[in-house]
Design a protein. Structure first.
Length: 361
């Protein structure tokens, strides 16, 4: 007997049947591990460089944002300190409203800080995506479509915000101003980027959206005008009345506290209306902003007492219409009627028929 070696074709069959890993599978694994190591070795430098770039971008953005926001805050605080210091002076207390200046500067600072943060962090985010080699075109296109949709959906909010920003930057009005906003009139108690609060004459607080304000009448900037109409009887001496009113205005301009609120002498403008029984004398005075109403009340008071002391009579009030007609007024006489004459056929027809008389037996 003799033993013969198995053929080469039979070896793989037995190996596959036994379930063990053959030389071919080991070679493939080794090749894959080698390729992975080569790929990592070839790209780890790029990864390290990109990671360092991303970290550096984020650090620079955070530091720059902090520095800019802190600078804006310091600038706003300096403006508020300057306004507060000027308010304690004689002229500064008249021209500077610290609360108005503070709210305006805080609103401007908030807008600047928000814009700075958005620009810096947005730029940093786009730079990081570009470092990661991400295509930004689809992202920017999607952001543009989303921005248009949000703009249409929140157009009133955007309008209010933009109107508030420009209103604050242009200093159209501020806290303490007396304004006429069209939809409401009152004193400004708070100014915001979206809503302005007014205190009405009756104490009501009005919340006005900045986007709804189409016109603003500021009664507290520069100077105000106090206007008074004096009704005098037509038979009085007008020249003497002019002198009395002028003297009353001069006396008022020398008294406290009206000497500070009146910026020019009281002027008699002349006759504004002339009727059969009365004449209207116009009186005007330039006053401190927002003080016209008080000056008008005091001026009426002084003019009335001065005219009474001088014996000049004011015009009587127009007579009110009465429900019943006055005696002698033809409108109260009834129209003639046939029933008013007892001998007329109409009056006799309305006379009741007497009952028949029965004969007594």
């Amino acid at each position: 007997m003799y033993w013969s070696a198995p053929s080469a074709a039979a070896v793989p069959l037995r190996t596959a049947a036994s379930g063990s890993t053959g030389p071919t599978s080991l070679d493939e694994a080794t090749q894959k591990a080698t390729n992975a190591a080569d790929w990592i070795q070839a790209n780890w430098g790029t990864w390290l460089t990109s990671g360092l770039q991303i970290v550096l971008i984020i650090v620079i953005a955070v530091v720059l944002r902090h520095v800019i926001r802190r600078t804006i805050t310091k600038l706003i605080e300096r403006m508020n300190r300057t306004a507060a210091a000027a308010q304690h002076t004689a002229l500064g207390g008249l021209l500077v409203n610290a609360e108005r200046r503070r709210q305006r500067s805080e609103a401007i600072g908030s807008v600047l800080r928000s814009v700075a943060s958005f620009v810096i962090m947005g730029t940093a985010a786009l730079t990081v995506l570009s470092v990661l080699q991400i295509n930004l075109a689809p992202l920017l296109a999607s952001a543009g479509v989303a921005g248009v949709a949000i703009g249409f959906g929140a157009r009133n909010l955007v309008t209010d915000f933009l109107s508030g920003v420009f209103m604050i930057l242009e200093d159209q009005y501020g806290v303490g101003d007396e304004i006429d906003a069209g939809v409401a009139t009152g004193t400004v108690i708070e100014v915001g980027l979206r809503v302005t609060k007014l205190r009405g004459a009756n104490g009501a607080i009005w919340y006005i959206r900045n986007g709804e304000v189409k016109r603003i009448g500021n009664l507290s900037q520069g100077w105000s005008t106090a206007s008074v109409d004096v009704l005098i009887a037509a038979d009085q001496d007008l020249e003497r009345a002019r002198t009395v009113i002028t003297d009353a205005g001069e006396a008022m301009s020398k008294a406290e506290p009206w000497n500070e609120q009146l910026w020019e002498p009281v002027q008699v403008l002349g006759l504004s209306e002339v009727s059969l029984d009365t004449v209207t004398v116009g009186v005007s005075a330039k006053t401190m902003p927002g003080k016209a109403a008080g000056v008008e009340r005091e001026l009426r008071w002084r003019i009335k007492h001065a005219l009474d002391a001088a014996g000049i009579h004011l015009a009587p009030r127009p007579a009110e219409e009465e429900d019943e007609a006055a005696p002698g007024d033809p409108s109260g006489i009834a129209a003639p009627s046939a029933l008013g004459n007892p001998s007329s056929p109409q009056s006799q027809a309305t006379t009741p028929i007497p009952p028949p008389q029965l004969d007594k037996q």
